[in-house]
Design a protein around this ligand. Structure first.
Ligand code: PEP
Length: 244
């Protein structure tokens, strides 16, 4: 079980207090789940120090190259160097805002693996795709296209995030989440073979303390990727404690 917080483009130095409160609480009473916070890059150095061993750190994106003339970009090796253990790749906000394709996401995921870290590979359907009955086709294509070949021999995490559920307060029903995750597991068996069984599939999209227990108890739900509710220690801890 992996509960990961995605701070997105949120958090000035002051916000480190929230991360520190999460780490302190988990040092006092360890979580049943593995936990991570993915801060904006500007906070990464401070964040690694604040989190210590209690909570892992992750990046929110990376370039596929290890280094080079890519102004403004950060490589997976740089994330590793500053103490990250995970890097999110293919978040729908990047697929939408920057036109990231499955191929690019797969290349980034391969880069994360090359750097010795674990990619959290995001997939998810839009509302229009869902309403057109295309959800499973879209997710199947995203999974097959975004998982790099090298993943069959190493750890990866998949995050299923319906785009319409992100930041909206809306979530699929529990049955819909369970059905979708079961479908993803089947596709992953094709792509990853035996590793599919042990590859975590997170659910993401408006996870909060109030709905976390029900979602995390579902078959084939192996954690959560949390946006808004990861910014406040109390809310993020509420979700972490719901993982039993
Ligand atoms: C996300 O963007 O990864 C996310 C799940 O956001 P939220 O929890 O705010 O819906």
């Amino acid at each position: 079980m992996l509960i990961a917080g995605n701070w997105k483009m949120n958090g000035l130095t002051e916000a480190l207090k929230q991360a520190e409160a999460v780490a302190d609480a988990l040092k006092a009473a360890p979580a049943k789940a593995n936990c991570a916070i993915c801060p904006p890059a500007t906070l990464a150095g401070h964040m690694a120090a604040v989190l210590g061993d209690a909570v892992a750190m992750g990046g929110q994106n990376c370039h596929a190259d290890a280094s080079g003339a890519h102004t403004g970009d950060i490589s997976a090796e740089m994330w590793a160097d500053i103490g990250a253990e995970y890097v999110i790749v293919g978040h729908s906000e990047r697929r939408e805002s920057y036109g990231e394709t499955n191929e690019q996401v797969a290349a980034k995921a391969a880069a994360v693996i090359r750097a010795g870290l674990t990619p959290i590979i995001c997939i998810g359907e839009s509302l229009a795709q869902r309403q057109a009955g295309e959800t499973l086709d879209v997710l199947g294509a995203q999974l097959r296209g975004s998982i790099p070949a090298v993943a069959s021999t190493t750890d990866i995490v998949i995050a299923y995030e319906p785009i319409w559920a992100i930041g909206s307060g809306l979530t699929p029903t529990l049955d819909e989440i369970a059905d979708t995750h079961a479908f993803l597991r089947t596709v992953m068996q094709d792509v990853l073979g035996d590793r599919a069984v042990t590859t975590p599939i997170q659910y993401g999209g408006s996870v909060k303390p109030a709905n976390a227990s029900d979602i995390l108890a579902l078959d084939n739900v192996d954690g959560a990727l949390v946006g808004g509710a990861s910014l406040k220690a109390e809310d993020f801890l509420g979700i972490i404690r719901a993982a039993v």
